[in-house]
Design a protein around this ligand. Structure first.
Ligand code: HEM
Length: 192
């Protein structure tokens, strides 16, 4: 049981986070090595757009949009925010010019780690719900319907609801700080 927790949950979580750190350091090193720091600077724009695009998962989950499989939307959210955050981290680099962008970067880091904790919790919730799979099959549901029911049960489990009470405020802090940073850049460019 304990080793399953390690291999199936804690290890993937550590790898996902470690890979983000390694990719950031390696990317930053490469940008400096090949004199491409200016390219890194512009990665903030596609990175932000990717993170915003990934939030469409929330719209699908809340049925504001109805097309596509909700589980695929969640995978898109996980990959999109991971990649978008990597771009934003490369954009931030190790250049210190102002406090606001750094606060936004720290909030994003906390947000990403919290997202990964959510992924771990959701996998655990799914296993818990799957323990009751027979119960669903007895009700004569198809495999597809069972999968869908398991997803919605897992996502509404108490642990997930509690986690969202922390994750969503973290996201709001990050969004406000990032917006402040973006507005100040637009002011600096004379766009507003
Ligand atoms: C910039 C980074 C991120 C932002 C802004 C963000 C934002 C959000 C928001 C707002 C939700 C709530 C959706 C809802 O209930 O409508 C959410 C849920 C979730 N996120 Fe993220 N997230 C980020 C990174 C990540 C990462 C890196 C992962 C995993 C690799 C992840 C995995 C999840 C999971 C599993 C859920 C829960 C599914 C659910 O309860 O509906 N997130 N995220």
């Amino acid at each position: 049981m304990t080793s399953a927790l390690w291999y199936r949950h804690i290890l993937p979580f550590t790898l996902l986070l470690g890979l983000l750190a390694v990719a950031t350091l390696a990317g930053d090193w490469l940008l400096h090595r090949f004199d491409l720091v200016w390219v890194g600077r512009y990665l903030g724009i596609p990175g932000t757009l990717l993170i915003i695009g990934s939030l469409f998962y929330s719209l699908r989950k809340r049925k504001i949009i109805t097309s596509g499989n909700v589980k695929s939307w969640l995978s898109m959210h996980e990959v999109g925010t991971w990649l978008g955050s990597l771009m934003v981290l490369l954009h931030a680099g190790i250049h210190f010019n102002a406090i606001l962008p750094w606060l936004a970067t720290v909030a994003m880091g906390v947000n990403v780690i919290s997202g990964m904790v959510g992924k771990l919790l959701l996998a655990r919730s799914r296993e818990h719900v799957l323990g009751q799979r027979d119960h669903y099959q007895l009700r004569g549901l198809s495999k597809d319907e069972v999968e869908r029911a398991v997803f919605w049960d897992a996502v509404t489990l108490d642990a997930m609801t509690k986690w969202r009470k922390i994750h969503i405020p973290i996201f709001i802090v990050f969004a406000v700080l990032a917006l402040g940073h973006i507005i100040s850049i637009f002011l600096f460019w004379g766009w507003i």
